[in-house]
Structure formats: structure tokens, C-alpha cells
Design a protein around this ligand. Structure first.
Ligand code: ZN
Length: 226
């Protein structure tokens, strides 16, 4: 069994949550022990990948972007398929909104674990949270615990998956970003499901973000300096 070196790999999407997690990892593991990874899965909004790069550069951490083109080929969801309009209401069939990309977080974490294994990194950090979301089943604590166990078995490692936002509301995530001095980096992040900068303010992702900042009583730096 491989030992787990105290290095961390942050799954960085360029959004508010993963950016907060990057600063959580820097606080916990220290500058020099943290790197970040993004996935080009054919997302319609390419701005996400650019935001991830900028957030990483701004924080002074190494960043890699890996291609996964299968999700776009699968189609059928609003994040990779331009013919599907974002709708955060649960569908009658699946009970999930059409922004759910089946398998996405499972695949991301698996590739991240493989990358970490090859680079002697013992800790993965993901911004997924089971609160405040649309009920995505791959954002549940039980899913993450199960996947961690599978990865440990399948890679003969003791990889840790950290999801520091798992039980936090959006308000609490904003407060955490403030406490970690990550608010400044929020101006570089991207949240809007419609891919707009400045954000559209109307899509489910924009509304959730705005609600979190409003409840925390903190102005969103992205809106002050888009
Ligand atoms: Zn929006």
C-alpha cells in the first residue's frame, strides 16, 4: 500500500465552490503542496476552463487540464448539448434537472485519483456539496465515501477525498471564502449556466450564487469587477 504524501490535488472548475476549495487546500496543506486539475469535457461554456487557469495562476499553483470528450458525445444535458436549454426543474422521468451530467463527478474523481497516484499526491479536494443543490446523486456524501473506498481498492492506495463544502450552505461557503481570504479570487470565477460574463443573473446557478452572497451580507466581487 502506498503511503499518502501530504500533497493535495484540487479539482478546479473555475467556479466559486472549487475556488474556495483551492484556498481551503492552500490553508491546510500549504503553498507548494497544492496543485489543481480541470477537465475539458466538452462543456459549452469554454470560459470555465479559462477561469480555472486564471484562478490557479492567481493563487500561484500548478494547473493541468485534461481532455475527456465522451460526455459531449453522450449529449442529452444542458451543459454539453447546445440543443438542450437549461431547466432546473426536476424532470418527470428522472427527478433530476437537465443540468445533471450522469457520471461526471465519478469520472472526474477517478481521473484525478489516477493523476494523483502517478504524482504521489495523497489528497483530492472537490467542491461538491449535498446542500443547496438540485439533488445530484453524485454530490452526496454516501457517493463520495463509496467512491473513495472503490478507488482505494482499485488503486491499492489510501487516497483521501475531501469535500469541505459537503455540508455547507451557499451562505456558509461564502463565509468560508471570506475566512480563507479567497474573496478576492471570486472576481475570477465563473458560475453562470448561460456562460455570460458578466453573469446573466437569472439562471439557476446565478440565482444560487446571488442568494449565498446576499445571505452572507457580502457583495459578490465578480459583480463589482466583472
Ligand atoms: Zn446565469
Amino acid at each position: 500500500m502506498n503511503a499518502a504524501p501530504e500533497k493535495a490535488l484540487v479539482l478546479l472548475s473555475g467556479g466559486q465552490d472549487s475556488t474556495t476549495c483551492l484556498y481551503w487546500a492552500l490553508d491546510r496543506f500549504g503553498q507548494g503542496a497544492v496543485s489543481s486539475i480541470a477537465f475539458d469535457y466538452g462543456q459549452r461554456h469554454r470560459v470555465e476552463l479559462e477561469c480555472a487557469r486564471r484562478v490557479a495562476a492567481d493563487a500561484g499553483v500548478a494547473h493541468v487540464c485534461l481532455p475527456i470528450d465522451t460526455f459531449a458525445a453522450l449529449g442529452g444535458n444542458a451543459l454539453t448539448d447546445a440543443t438542450v436549454e437549461v431547466d432546473d426543474r426536476a424532470s418527470a422521468d428522472s427527478g433530476l434537472p437537465n443540468t445533471f451530467v450522469p457520471g461526471r463527478n465519478l469520472i472526474f474523481l477517478t481521473y484525478a485519483a489516477a493523476y494523483a497516484y502517478q504524482h504521489d499526491i495523497g489528497h483530492l479536494v472537490t467542491g461538491i456539496a449535498q446542500t443547496d443543490y438540485s439533488g445530484y446523486p453524485d454530490c452526496r456524501q454516501a457517493t463520495i465515501a463509496s467512491l473513495q473506498e472503490t478507488l482505494r481498492l482499485g488503486m491499492e492506495s489510501d487516497v483521501h477525498i475531501h469535500a469541505p463544502l459537503m455540508q455547507r450552505s451557499k451562505k456558509e461557503t461564502v463565509e468560508l471564502a471570506r475566512d480563507l481570504n479567497a474573496l478576492d479570487a471570486m472576481r475570477l470565477t465563473h458560475t453562470c449556466y448561460n456562460g455570460r460574463r458578466p453573469p446573466c443573473g437569472e439562471c439557476p446557478a446565478c440565482r444560487l450564487r446571488a442568494k449565498g452572497f446576499a445571505e452572507a451580507g457580502i457583495p459578490d466581487p465578480l459583480l463589482a469587477d466583472p
